[in-house]
Design a protein around this ligand. Structure first.
Ligand code: ADP
Ligand code: MG
Length: 248
């Protein structure tokens, strides 16, 4: 299952990515989690204490792999060994990589970093078995058309508010542009109310589940403890089962 988790900043993408990675790993899946967000805080949510070097910072290596003779760019540089060498494993055996910033220069941007990082994503999406989790931003366009085709499910995380729903609209458009077909939604920080109910009724995509607002997640974040160690995982077990059903 190749899952891309997207949504506006602060909705809970990293929290959900870390918890899902944990649950899939506990269930015996081989899990790879890639931090594609500029905030780059997925490793700490997965309990990794060492500072991971973002792949985008490996300037010399990128030059070496991407820039060919006479300064031409290779669009498919070799990256499989780099993927192995820069992976770190957490306590659950989840493989973690940090991508760093991909410039959103659109189709016309052939900067070496972009070619390199996209090659890494392509490698991950087309080679990794079991579960791949991409913790992304709301702007998912850097996946690129060819890469996005390998993503089984785009999970849009929303808070029940009108601004989040606007973001959902943008994510839908982007997904369509780059050829992602399946979108599902997780409603996070849910607080029961009539307004929230009405807003949620406007969502056209399958809803994987609602995660209640729970201060435990904030506590975990402040104390830098992976949320799955101290917070209630019940809502996520249902979400995991729904993902398995949708990707079957
Ligand atoms: N269900 C929830 N209830 C309360 N706080 C939450 C919930 N989910 C996430 N948070 C908190 O919201 C903040 C942002 O979450 P984070 O996962 O970093 O978002 P993102 O990766 O989308 O920017 C964190 O402090 C996190 O602990
Ligand atoms: Mg994040």
């Amino acid at each position: 299952m190749k899952l891309a988790i997207s949504g506006k900043g602060g909705v809970g993408k990293t929290t959900l990515s870390a918890i899902l990675a944990h649950l899939f790993a506990k269930d015996g899946y081989k899990v790879t989690a890639i931090d594609c967000d500029t905030a780059m805080n997925l490793p700490s949510a997965l309990g990794i204490k060492t500072k991971l070097k973002p792949l985008s910072e490996l300037k010399d290596l990128i030059e070496e792999r991407v820039v060919g003779p006479l300064g031409t760019y290779k669009l498919n540089p070799k990256v499989d060994d780099i993927f192995e060498a820069y992976s770190v494993y957490n306590e659950d055996g989840v493989r973690v990589l940090v991508l760093g910033t991909i410039e959103k220069g659109g189709e016309g941007c052939f900067c070496p970093e972009n070619a390199f990082l996209r090659a890494i994503l392509r490698h991950a999406i087309f080679r990794e078995k079991d579960v791949l989790i991409l913790d992304m931003e709301a702007g998912i366009e850097h996946l690129g058309r060819g890469t996005a085709k390998g993503v089984d499910l785009l999970i849009a995380v929303v808070e029940p508010g009108s601004r989040a729903l606007e973001t959902l609209g943008r994510i839908e458009e982007l997904a369509k542009d780059i050829g992602i077909e399946k979108i599902a939604v997780i409603v996070n920080k849910f607080i029961e109310s009539e307004e929230a109910k009405r807003l949620i009724e406007r969502i056209k995509h399958p809803i994987l589940g609602k995660v209640p607002f729970n201060e435990c997640f904030i506590k975990a974040d402040i104390s830098n403890i992976p949320p799955y160690r101290i917070c209630d995982l019940e809502p996520f077990k249902k979400i995991k089962a729904e993902i398995e059903r949708l990707c079957r």
